[in-house]
Design a binder for this molecule. Sequence first.
Ligand SMILES: [Mg+2]
Length: 250
Amino acid sequence: MTDFLLVTDLDQTLIGDDRALITLNEILEENRQQKEIKLVYSTGRSLELYGQLNQEKHLLSPDALITSVGTEIYFHPIKDNFDLQWANNVSENWDQEAVFSVASHFADLVLQPLSEQTPFKVSYYLSEKIAQEVIPRLKADLAREKLETQVIYSASYALDILPKKGGKGSALQYLRKQWKIAANKTVVCGDSGNDITLFKGEERGIIVGNAKSELLQWYDQHKTPFRYLAKQHCARGILEGLNYFGFITT
Ligand SMILES: [Mg+2]
């Protein structure tokens, strides 16, 4: 039986402080000798950009990888285990061409590199200064075309349009169901807007101390005893939260 499931975002959550990452990895490895800990990375990155990060940093190998803001799932070993069932679920009623066409009318949306345009996600850069004005208009236009999407703004620059059924939170719930792991044995960690859906259930939540304003604002409006705002940054914040919830002792 799994003792706990750890689901963490990568950039500026697990990654961001190399020494803290090494410490956390060592503690997880140690704890893994007595406990069954399942590890999932949940990232906005595509599989390609995850691969680059994996070469640059020392990452433990995860049991599953959620990429492209929860629109794709890969099981261990990552290279050959794309989850088709999740892809089928996410792709229902998704019309990427139509989404591109609506978004192309917004001059303020700057297309991200091709590597980040994955089958179930369309990604742009959008300046924070105009985001509050542009996003409602974009949502209204998508709705007018009857496109079932969600618009996610993160870290004051990234705007993703995803199928309604995608997202980090839905992907996490899907994995939890597959592995039959209870919410109170699951801990989720994040730092920015695209992590908000991870925190919407009753899983134990760790918001790292360096979290972006959009997540801090959401946290302030949704306080519960099972969400913890760490004082420390990145992997050190994750460690602080794991101790707080009693998942590990150091
Ligand atoms: Mg992040």
